[in-house]
Design a protein around this ligand. Structure first.
Ligand code: ZN
Ligand code: ZN
Length: 257
């Protein structure tokens, strides 16, 4: 049976996506999903190509239209993926007052450079970069105020290998538990040839050790056909981890599946 929910999707309301919301919705119905969540990018870093792109009114109108047209068989959820909320607290606060089902936060930038940019990776050692990346992730979850942490491990996509300290990750996960932030298991890599989710099962185990149990799964799909891809494989890979509770968010409340 297919995993019934994809909680991380982008449509043409995000600057880097090519699938329309309606294409994702039709794909979801065809694949037999029960719920999808559109987590369009909201970016404030001046170097982000997506700055100023997000349009709440247009997103809301389209979600409402699709709910009316398809809503009977599919729960269509409205969310955002907000980059580095701790660096843009006033802007972030304004978004928390809007009507969302789910607020996902992510770290896409280290200072003025995109995490996956070649210049950043060429100018710094992997040790320096991972250190900076996890410091930024820690600052983000310490700030809190959102529901899920997106694609922890993102830097790995640029560097290709992994480097982390259990203690640092345990610290981050403990803060997440304290601040009621759920860990996202992001399956984007499973369609890019890296056979592990972000984060991978070893880190998900550390999340459990820190007292975390709730998880949310998402494909981070940007293009037609991406929906739900890799999610089941990502979940299978952590089937030996006891006590994980997969779920989704409606009106910013966690519901287990
Ligand atoms: Zn992201
Ligand atoms: Zn995303």
């Amino acid at each position: 049976m297919i995993y019934p929910v994809d909680m991380h999707l982008h449509s043409t309301f995000s600057c880097d996506a090519t699938s329309t919301m309606e294409q994702h919705v039709q794909d979801a119905l065809q694949k037999g999903l029960k719920a999808v969540c559109f987590t369009e990018h909201v970016d404030y870093n001046p170097n982000d190509e997506g700055i100023g792109y997000y349009n709440y009114e247009a997103v809301t109108a389209e979600v409402e239209r699709l709910r009316e047209r398809y809503g009977g068989g599919l729960l269509i959820l409205k969310g955002i993926e907000f980059s580095e909320p701790h660096l843009y607290p006033k802007e972030f606060e304004a978004f928390t007052k809007k009507d969302y089902d789910y607020i996902l936060a992510s770290v896409h930038f280290l200072d003025d450079a995109f995490v996956l940019s070649h210049s950043l990776i060429e100018k710094n050692t992997p040790e320096e970069l991972f250190d900076r990346y996890y410091k930024e992730v820690e600052a983000c979850v310490r700030f809190g105020g959102f529901d899920g942490l997106a694609h922890m491990d993102y830097l790995r996509r640029g560097i290709g290998h992994d480097l982390y300290s259990n203690d640092v990750l345990l610290g981050i996960f403990s803060l997440m538990v304290k601040n009621n932030i759920v860990l996202e298991i992001n399956s984007q890599n499973l369609r890019r040839g890296i056979e592990e989710s972000f984060p991978n099962p070893k880190k998900i185990k550390l999340y459990r050790e820190a007292g975390g149990s709730k998880i949310v799964l998402g494909s981070d799909g940007h293009h037609p056909g991406d929906l739900a891809s890799g999610i089941e494989k990502a979940l299978d890979a952590c089937s030996d981890i006891q006590g994980l509770i997969p779920g989704y968010f409606v009106k910013r409340r966690f519901i287990s599946i």
